[in-house]
Design a protein around this ligand. Structure first.
Ligand SMILES: NC(=O)C1=CN([C@@H]2O[C@H](COP(=O)(O)OP(=O)(O)OC[C@H]3O[C@@H](n4cnc5c(N)ncnc54)[C@H](OP(=O)(O)O)[C@@H]3O)[C@@H](O)[C@H]2O)C=CC1
Ligand SMILES: Nc1nc(O)c(N)c(N[C@@H]2O[C@H](COP(=O)(O)O)[C@@H](O)[C@H]2O)n1
Length: 269
């Protein structure tokens, strides 16, 4: 993978107040990782044309911005469907990058069978990325031996965390507090949650909004049309059933990057 991006220092300075602390002393005070929710969306709130389809939304400037975020976080988290759809590298491709984020894959039910040819391992072998930690709810004895070995060979691993079965789908589900506790236990002090739709929508549930420290969204000037993977959390209602807004950003700023605009904000007052 020869692509090399550049991100200007003045743009980095604009983002700094939205990012995890750089000082070790400040990081040490935190009881859980700093969480940045970040993704690229179309004007109709789509992340991709349809589930399973890798879709380019970010132009070169905002793409470099995302890669800068990758080097400013210790971990980058995606759902298993994103891995299956995109075969992502999940590394930072800015020239001269000093640190790479640890890819975290949410795969409670073990749907991904890692392969040597996956980009995330390729960049790892080329020393321009780290191997993934896969968070799973599956018992250790059920983990495939070849996958464990492939992960270990590259410096990755499975991490089992508590999971409960969804009443509606009977799929194993994680609590975001347990996800973040697992990252903290691995010494990962910050995480950018990149997607996909189900991951973002579950993090935006009112039960978890307090866990989000920063929101950075790239908005591309395009409509993808119906049938896409949409960021739209479950509806919230008052006690009489009247719908309420799920969340609203405050401390908002907008930054143009080429044809895209990057929206920064927080869910806190
Ligand atoms: N534009 C952008 O910035 C981005 C775009 N994308 C796009 O998004 C699409 C994928 O999104 P989507 O289909 O929504 O899939 P996700 O990547 O959000 O993965 C969804 C799966 O993750 C697991 N999962 C989600 N939440 C939880 C939880 N709380 N606990 C345990 N497991 C959980 C479930 O796995 P299971 O089914 O096993 O239960 C679920 O099916 C792709 O097309 C990709 O290209 C992705 C990232 C960023
Ligand atoms: N910021 C952003 N803009 C887009 O247009 C995108 N499609 C995505 N997708 C996310 O980035 C992952 C791909 O990463 P690599 O380039 O392979 O490292 C993809 O899986 C999504 O998480 N993001």
């Amino acid at each position: 993978m020869s692509e090399e991006l550049t991100f200007p220092a003045e743009s980095a300075a604009l983002l700094e107040p939205r990012l995890p602390p750089k000082s070790d002393a400040e990081e040490a005070l935190r009881s859980r990782p700093f969480v940045t929710l970040t993704f690229a969306t179309s004007l109709d709130s789509s992340l991709s044309l349809s589930p399973g389809v890798r879709t380019r939304l970010s132009g070169p400037g905002s793409k470099a911005m995302t890669h800068y975020l990758r080097t400013r976080h210790s971990a980058i988290l995606v759902g298993v469907s994103t891995v299956l759809a995109d075969d992502p590298a999940l590394n930072c491709r800015i020239a001269g990058t000093a640190s790479q984020p640890r890819p975290i894959v949410i795969d409670a039910n073990l749907r991904w069978t890692p392969r040597r040819s996956d980009k995330v391992f390729e960049v790892c072998r080329n020393s321009v990325g780290l191997a993934p930690f896969i968070l799973t709810g599956v018992d250790e004895s059920s983990l495939p031996r070849e996958s464990i070995e492939l992960l270990h060979e590259h410096g990755g691993k499975y991490i089992r965390i508590p999971a409960t079965r969804s009443e509606s789908t009977s799929r194993l589900r994680f609590d975001w507090n347990d996800i973040l506790a697992a990252l903290q236990a691995e010494g990962l002090s910050s995480v950018m949650v990149e997607g996909g739709g189900q991951i973002i929508n579950s993090l935006l549930d009112p039960a978890y909004q307090d866990l989000i420290d920063s929101v950075i969204v790239t908005i591309a000037p395009t409509w993808l049309g119906q049938g896409g993977v949409v960021v739209s959390p479950d509806r919230v209602t008052d006690t009489t059933g009247v719908p309420l807004p799920v969340a609203r950003l405050s401390h908002v700023s907008w930054h143009p990057f080429g044809e895209d605009v990057v929206l920064c904000g927080t869910l806190r007052e």
